[in-house]
Design a protein around this ligand. Structure first.
Ligand SMILES: [Zn+2]
Length: 411
C-alpha cells in the first residue's frame, strides 16, 4: 500500500491523488505547490526509536519508511545524509549560548544539503521511468542533481545563471551534465528551465514545483532529532532563499513529532540576506504576497527575487512560532571566518548564513543562554572560493629561507 495519502495544495487546500498530478496544483498553477501527505498511522508502526537504534544504514535511507517511494530500485549507493552534528562550545562570546549545535551538511557527496533532495528526486525519476531530468538552480541543487543522476545513469539538462560560482559549474560539467549558463538572473534561469521541461518532456527536479524533493530535505530534521537522542532542539535556524530547505526542515520536525520520535517542536527561525529578503518582508507585513526586488548578495545559493516556495517558508516560521532575521553580506563573511577559525567547519556564504543569523539573534537579545539551538551549514566553502578569499585575507609570500620567516614571526 502506498505511504502517500494525498498531495495537498499549500495555496488553496485542494487535495489530489498522486497519480493525478506530477508537479503543482492545476487550479493554482505555479504558486500551488503541493505538500506530500503521508499515512503516518502506517509509518508509525515501523519507524520507531527502537527501529532507528537497530538500523545500521548510516544515510538518509535509514528513514525510508517516511520517504514516499513506491519501490527502492532507484536508490543509489552514493551516500547522502547522516552528516555530523557538532556540539560547539567555543563560540559562547559570539552567540551568547553556552553551546550550540552545528549540523554540517557540507559533508554530503557533492558538498551540500541539496544532496538529500537529489537522492530522493533521482530515485523518484527512476520509479516513474523518467531518465532525463532537468533543473534550474543557483548552483548547489544543480551540482547535486548532476552527481546523483550520474550515479544512476540519468541524463541531465541544467540551467544556472551565468554568475554561478566556477566551482559549482565545474561540478556540473565533470559529472557530465548538459549545462546552460543563462545570461540573466536565477529567476530567469527558472523560467527558461520550466519552458524547456515542457517542450522536451524532461522530469523537473526543481524543488519549487516537484513535491517529492522536500521529502529528501526533511531528513536533516530527522537526523538532528536522532542525534540529539530524540530531544527536539528549542530553535532551528535555517538560511532561506526559495524556501524549500526551511519548508523541508519544518516538515521533518513536524513528522518526528507526529511519529512520537520527539515530544515538542522547535521554533524555526529563517535567515535571509538583507538585500535578498522577500520572505522577511512578507513575514513582517504579515502577508503571503511576495514583492519582487532584484536580489543582491554574496550568498548566491539564497539569492532569490521571488521565493518559489515562499508559502512553505512562511508556514514553517508561523506554525512553529519562530521568526525571520536578516543579515548583511559583511555579517555573512564575518560569520564564515569565525566559524572556520573556531570550529574547523568551512561553509560557503549561504552555508554560514544561519550561523550569522545566530550572532544577529544574540545581538538583538533574542536568545537565552541555555537554549538548545541548531544551525545548519548547508554547503561547503570550497564551492565559492572567491567569496571565501574576501574573508580569509592574504598569505605571506617569502623567499625559501628563514630570514623573512623570522621577521614575520617576530612581528
Ligand atoms: Zn491549489
Amino acid at each position: 500500500m502506498s505511504k502517500v495519502l494525498k498531495l495537498k495544495c499549500v495555496k488553496c487546500g485542494r487535495e489530489y491523488d498522486p497519480a493525478q498530478v506530477l508537479y503543482t496544483c492545476p487550479e493554482c498553477g505555479i504558486e500551488g505547490i503541493l505538500d506530500v501527505v503521508l499515512d503516518y498511522d502506517q509509518i508509525k508502526k515501523e519507524l520507531t526509536r527502537d527501529y532507528l537504534k537497530k538500523n545500521t544504514d548510516y544515510s538518509l535511507w535509514r528513514y525510508l519508511p517516511a520517504i514516499p517511494l513506491e519501490d527502492t530500485k532507484g536508490i543509489q549507493p552514493l551516500q547522502a545524509g547522516w552528516t555530523p552534528l557538532y556540539n560547539i562550545k567555543t563560540l559562547s562570546k559570539e552567540t551568547g549560548l553556552e553551546s550550540f549545535f552545528l549540523k554540517d551538511d557540507s559533508r554530503n557527496p557533492t558538498a551540500s544539503l541539496k544532496d538529500r533532495a537529489s537522492a530522493v528526486g533521482v530515485a523518484k525519476a527512476y520509479e516513474l521511468g523518467r531518465f532525463v531530468m532537468c533543473t534550474a538552480s543557483t548552483g548547489n541543487a544543480a551540482s547535486s542533481l548532476s552527481g546523483f543522476a550520474a550515479s544512476a545513469g540519468i541524463k541531465t539538462y541544467i540551467f544556472v545563471p551565468e554568475t554561478a560560482p566556477e566551482a559549482k559549474v565545474t561540478q556540473l560539467l565533470i559529472y557530465g551534465s548538459n549545462v546552460f549558463l543563462v545570461k540573466g538572473t536565477y529567476d530567469e534561469a527558472v523560467e527558461l528551465c520550466f519552458k524547456a521541461a515542457d517542450e522536451f518532456g524532461w522530469y523537473n527536479r526543481s524543488c519549487a514545483i516537484n513535491p517529492y524533493l522536500l521529502e529528501g530535505k526533511k531528513t536533516v530534521a530527522y537526523e538532528i532529532c536522532e542525534q540529539l537522542r530524540f530531544q527536539a532542539p528549542d530553535i532551528a535556524v535555517v538560511a532561506v532563499g526559495d524556501g524549500c530547505s526551511i519548508g523541508g526542515v519544518w516538515k521533518g520536525f513536524k513528522e518526528c513529532f507526529t511519529l512520537g520520535l520527539i515530544d515538542k517542536f522547535p521554533k524555526i527561525v529563517g535567515v535571509q540576506a538583507e538585500k535578498s529578503n522577500p520572505v522577511t518582508r512578507a513575514f513582517e507585513k504579515n502577508t503571503y504576497e511576495f514583492e519582487y526586488r532584484v536580489p543582491e548578495t554574496i550568498a548566491d545559493s539564497i539569492s532569490v527575487g521571488i521565493p518559489r516556495n515562499g508559502i512553505k517558508a512562511l508556514n514553517a516560521v508561523h506554525e512553529s512560532g519562530g521568526y525571520m532575521v536578516d543579515v548583511s553580506d559583511e555579517e555573512i563573511l564575518t560569520a564564515m571566518k569565525i566559524l572556520a577559525q573556531k570550529t574547523g567547519v568551512f561553509g560557503e556564504p549561504a552555508g554560514v548564513t544561519s550561523f550569522a543569523g545566530i550572532i544577529k539573534m544574540n545581538e538583538l537579545g533574542l536568545l537565552k543562554g541555555d537554549e538548545k539551538v541548531v544551525s545548519i551549514v548547508s554547503g561547503s566553502g570550497l564551492k565559492d572560493i572567491k567569496s571565501a578569499m574576501k574573508a580569509a585575507g592574504k598569505a605571506n609570500l617569502v623567499e625559501p629561507n628563514l630570514t623573512e620567516v623570522r621577521k614575520i614571526i617576530n612581528n
